[in-house]
Design a protein around this ligand. Sequence first.
Ligand code: NDP
Ligand code: MG
Length: 376
Amino acid sequence: MKKIALIGSTGSIGVQVLNVVRKNPDKFSIISLAAGKNVGLLYEQAKEFSPKVVCSAVYSEEIGKLSAEYFFGEEAYIDAVVADADMVVVSLVGFSGLKAVLKAVKTGKNVALANKESLVVGGDIVTKLAREKGVAIYPIDSEHSAVWQALDFDFAKPFERIILTASGGAFRDKTFEETENLTAAQALKHPNWNMGAKITIDSATLVNKGFEVIEAKWLFNASFDKIDVIIHRESVIHSMVEYKDGSVVAQLGVPSMELPIQVAISYPERFYSGATRLDLTAIKNLTFEKLDEERFPCFKEIVNAGKAGGAYPAVACGANDTAVAAFLKDRIKYTDIYRGIRGALDAFKGGYDGSYESLKSAHDFAAQYVKTRFGV
Ligand code: NDP
Ligand code: MG
């Protein structure tokens, strides 16, 4: 029985983690749950899974009455990394995931990671610390799960190239100029995946794919020139690995996050999932296109920030977190997300000493830049 600490239990990924746990009561138990403001759902989850510890950003009297130990406050999620957890699943959204991942790794816990922002921003410190502590980061992100599977679950296996697939998001057939006045409601209609609001916007801008390039760099110790991105509209092939001999190994499946979640939390086992099976004969077409970076300028900015390293990815992440939140409230234009990221990166004076604090201050600098520039 694997005891799971779940941080971000009420979100799109968190709920699906609990679906996998619910279907496999003989394999997993929930030792702790952490969420933000949705304390109604968190209360229901706590009643169903009886964790020892529950944490929420806002206080709930109802949760306080449960027999679990209860922590509340903006960073109370840290207390969900409990001593007797076998694995910590981090499905928080945005920069805050980094603190949770660092705490888990510091205390010697293997992490099943959905929160890609933590690797984008802090990949350097997270991977160093993980090596020191001898713990692993198992990817939940579907592309990285695909790569991990194509590597036979061997993070050290030599490869020639990682090929990440991208659906292209909601606006894949529009030029950058045509997206200027598109609304949050339009951007939230992802063609293939049903996900949380922030990542759905990140998929439309391709910030998400830029983040995934950086995530792949850290997870698989790959240089940027060994990571390619291609547009694959159907989201059937979740990503590929090319080997020295020219062989390309791909992972395929229906677009449901329950599968990569199960792969990550059940590793090194595989077991029956009950998931919809892929029917290849029902697929009329599988298409592949080169990524047009002119159409998706955010992608280029994010990858360049990754290449610049230091605190630049934290700046990009901070600007994006704040700009996307403002866009979701219809306070800025869609294309302002790009302007915010670009502007913050240009305005940043550098400064990184390898600490969490310097990443946080770069992130906060960028958030403030976006707030001031757009008056949000
Ligand atoms: P959601 O917005 O749906 O969920 C975010 C979760 O974080 C919620 O449970 C939310 O709680 C919680 N949270 C936010 N702030 C706090 C806080 N201060 N303290 C405790 N909990 C907090 O996001 P997703 O599930 O879509 O995404 C999660 C991560 O996974 C992201 O990094 C995303 O990029 C990545 N990912 C997501 C995929 C998807 O299919 N959704 C696919 C691949 C990666 P509450 O709602 O209660 O406020
Ligand atoms: Mg992904």
